[in-house]
Design a binder for this molecule. Structure first.
Ligand SMILES: Cc1cc2nc3c(=O)[nH]c(=O)nc-3n(C[C@H](O)[C@H](O)[C@H](O)COP(=O)(O)OP(=O)(O)OC[C@H]3O[C@@H](n4cnc5c(N)ncnc54)[C@H](O)[C@@H]3O)c2cc1C
Length: 532
């Protein structure tokens, strides 16, 4: 259904029933399932911005339903995901308490398992303290930061829950997030978001539920090794201090745990390099963006969502696209390695910050960085290290868009106040990115300015580098989801190369939990042993 944006729920449902030729008496219930905004055809008229909605109707008489389906209406609800795991007492270890590890742990604990979850970073409040001390004082904890710690990489994010995957587990995940405290509106918005503030509460509630169900979450506990026999993990090593027996290991370690990926590779896991992207963060004034997207009459519309965009343009060998847009958000220092610079974006639930930001990224592939499985990691490391300015520790290279496009970097005459808390130093990014990245970024920004006027604002600010867009490697796995080289290792989520974003990582976590419960038990139980 497409109706004027200001249409309220009741009138929208009435319109949907009328559209289907239904009377109130024909139905048992009706509710709005999904809503999105369509402002593409806006003009001066005050109802040109539309609400696109799907309405779910339940009937007394199934005959009416079948008749509508024969007319092309879709039936709803078939194929909802209901987790069912075999009940056996496998010793399952999960490395990583990001969305993938969290949902793997939750579904296992809800089905009679006692998963032990190892998280190298700190528990939420310690982690928040560590991140604050980095953002404010430049003191980086390489084990507890924006990438590592309770909740994983997405904790300091906009908490966007959009995904392109079509899987019945997606709805289950959104419903589960609401069950543990997320705002219920995420069930009905086509582009739902939670915001970092609400997401942190949800993560803590899920952790408590896992523990209540008999699971365990060990913080500041890093998977540092695996003991294998006949291509099978017998035990895992934690903090190089002690071992834990293991029937199955779900490695949900995220895209920044390069050290752990190397360890699994040495232990026999097959790894390959994969495409990802790198770029910069661009910041605009949010109100200017709202005006560009919704027009000067936007004040006449009730509760229009804060303006957001998605742009992409394919050039000769590379695609330039906007990524991880954070309306009303900030650019956050996101390093996890000392003397490196990494940017990303974060918003609070209200998305009420002055600026809008997104990454503008260029796709890269092994053709650009080399065919050795770890070349992508090295490519990222070089960019992040080159961006580090020892004279201004953890300040980031930045310039106005005009300065960037003209090749004369400048941080004066900006139209927005940069939000990167460690401050910026002037740079046109030469020497940080390879030339082809800089040229593609310039072409991309110029092309986007023809699609969306704010991109033409020379006073907008660019902050670099955005490098943690997705994993530079894939840990090869079989259809049963265990690693090629190690039969009871389940490479999982974004770090393993099977997800991109909070929801798709959580989906992969559920899948790997299902997979891990289906394997045989490792020969006999081992008591935890001290390593000398
Ligand atoms: C700042 C920021 C903003 C983002 N915004 C969004 C957004 O709005 N929406 C969205 O969909 N996605 C967003 N993302 C991406 C999203 O966070 C990731 O795609 C998602 O978190 C991947 O989930 P994961 O569980 O696979 O890995 P991660 O979330 O990265 O979690 C991996 C966890 O494993 C732990 N770990 C790593 N190595 C070890 C080890 N050896 N032993 C024990 N633990 C280990 C890490 O500490 C980490 O906590 C954002 C990412 C960042 C960094």
């Amino acid at each position: 259904m497409k109706v004027p944006w200001n249409t309220d729920d009741e009138d929208l449902i009435k319109a949907a029933l009328k559209n289907a030729g239904l009377k109130k008496g024909d139905i048992k219930s009706a509710h709005i399932y999904k809503i999105s905004v369509d402002a593409r055809k806006r003009d001066h008229k005050c109802d040109s911005i539309k609400k696109v909605a799907s309405v779910v109707v339940d009937f007394h008489d199934k005959g009416i339903e079948e008749n509508l389906i024969s007319k092309g209406f879709k039936s709803f609800g078939e194929g909802s995901y209901i987790p069912s795991l075999p009940r056996n007492k496998r010793a399952i270890i999960i490395a990583g308490f990001g969305p993938a590890g969290m949902f793997a742990g939750l579904v296992l604990s809800e089905n009679g398992y006692n998963p032990i979850i190892l998280e190298r970073g700190g528990e939420m409040s310690d982690r928040v303290t560590a991140v604050k001390s980095f953002w404010e004082d430049g003191i980086l904890n390489p084990e507890s930061n924006v990438q590592f710690g309770e909740g994983g990489a997405g904790t300091f994010s906009d908490g966007k829950l959009t995904t392109r995957i079509n899987d019945s587990r997606v709805r289950y995940i959104i419903e589960t997030l609401v069950k543990y405290g997320a705002p219920s509106e995420i069930l009905r918005f086509a582009k739902p978001h939670i915001g970092t503030d609400r997401l942190r509460e949800v993560v803590i509630n899920i952790r408590k539920a896992i523990i209540k169900n008999g699971g365990e979450v060990r913080f500041n506990s890093k998977l540092t090794g695996v003991k294998t026999e006949l291509r099978r993990i017998k035990s895992v090593v934690v903090n190089d201090e002690y071992e834990l027996p293991c029937d199955a290991l779900i490695a949900a370690i995220g895209h920044s745990a390069h050290d752990t990926v190397k360890m699994l590779m040495q232990a026999g896991a097959d790894i390959e390099g994969k495409p990802f992207s790198v770029g910069v963060r661009i910041e605009h004034n949010q109100e200017a963006l709202n005006a560009a997207l919704y027009g000067e009459n936007r004040g006449r519309y009730k509760n229009l969502p804060v303006g957001e965009y998605q742009l992409s343009r394919h050039f000769e060998n590379h695609t330039v696209y906007s990524f991880c847009m954070c309306p009303g958000g900030v650019v956050v220092p996101s390093s996890s390695d000392c003397e490196t610079i990494v940017t990303n974006g974060m918003s609070f639930y209200a998305r009420d910050g002055e600026n809008a930001n997104s990454a503008v990224c260029v796709s890269v592939s092994p053709e650009d960085f080399g065919n050795n499985p770890l070349d992508g990691m090295e490519f990222i490391k070089r960019i992040e290290a080159a961006a580090y300015n020892p004279k201004k520790p953890y300040s980031a290279p930045g310039t106005s868009v005009l300065g960037f496009l003209s090749g004369k970097a400048s941080l004066s005459s900006l139209s927005v106040n940069p939000t990167y808390s460690r401050g910026l130093y002037e740079s046109d990014f030469t020497g940080i990115f390879p030339e082809f990245i800089i040229e593609n970024l310039k072409s991309g920004i110029k092309a986007f300015s023809r699609q969306l006027s704010v991109f033409g604002d020379g006073g907008a600010v660019l902050t670099a580098p955005e490098t943690r867009t997705s994993s530079p490697v894939r840990v090869l796995r079989t259809e049963e989801l265990h690693a090629n080289g190690i039969t009871n290792l389940f490479p999982c989520g974004e770090g393993a190369g099977y997800a991109g974003g909070i929801v798709s990582a959580a989906v992969d976590g559920l899948k790997c939990a299902e997979g891990a419960t289906k394997i045989g038990r490792a020969g006999g139980r081992l008591a935890p042993q001290k390593i000398f």
